[in-house]
Design a protein around this ligand. Sequence first.
Ligand code: AMP
Ligand code: ZN
Length: 308
Amino acid sequence: MMCTKCRRREAVYLRPYSGEILCRSCFKRSIEMKVRDTISRHKLLSRNDSILIAVSGGKDSLTLLKTLWRIESRIPGVSLAALTIDEGATERYRVEGLKLSRKICEDLKIPHYVVSFKEYIGYTLKELWSRTREKGLELLPCSYCGVLRRRIMNTFAKDHGFTKIATGHNLDDEVQTFIMNIMRGDYSKLFRFGASMEVISGFIPRIKPLRYIPEMEIAFYAFLEGFKLYEAECPYVRLSMRDEIRFMLNEFERKYPGVKFSIMSVMDKLSKQLSSLNKTYFKSCISCGEPTSRDKCRVCEIMDLIKT
Ligand code: AMP
Ligand code: ZN
């Protein structure tokens, strides 16, 4: 079957929500265009930005690395570097991700930094989990892993003079988070899911250029790019509610192509209207001084639980 875009080459990808059937090069170009379009529409980058790309070694962050690298030359003064955080979950999981990240950064000549939970927080994720279980705390690793990872990224970016942090969150991640916040009744978080960056003193702005690209398409892009994807997933993911929501959303998407985009468009419209009504006020954490909406930040709260 011929590509419906160029009408010249053999098609390899059927996009159920648009009806397009694309060849390799039209498919790859469509992903890169989507990233460029997201960046310009939401003004995610400006001249002379120094971007720290959060790279776990998974398909999303490697795709982010490659697409930003392609775009970099078109935006004057923009520079790229990558950061991998070694959580210390289990050996195999991170070692493979690290190797892949290092290899691709070398190929693209992008500086690559690696830092660990252990050096920033004093514990690996595995140690943190044993400690919470010893204390009989009902805390799943995913509930604090993300919080600690974001703190490390922010601190690292501040210390090294980066002006933006880019993460590989895709359409599925964003929609899952939204549904999860609703299911948990986490009302306050519902004002913070917009496409544009929030500018908050003490936080390096975070951008998500893959936010409008379905996970499936990123997986296919990564496959076409020849990224060697490692089988291992985070050993703790199966414990999370997110995983159940992912399954449910995929079932709906299969039956009704486009539902993820519909949810995302509601998110964007809501956030535009609600964010001006519900401003979150930030202050300094009484314990560490980092910006937070509470008296004591989540990181210090978690560390208190672990230590006492
Ligand atoms: P996840 O929360 O695992 O879906 O990851 C979302 C995004 O966070 C990824 O696409 C990366 O950009 C970033 N990320 C996740 N884990 C790491 C890590 N260990 N080191 C650096 N960045 C990460
Ligand atoms: Zn704190």
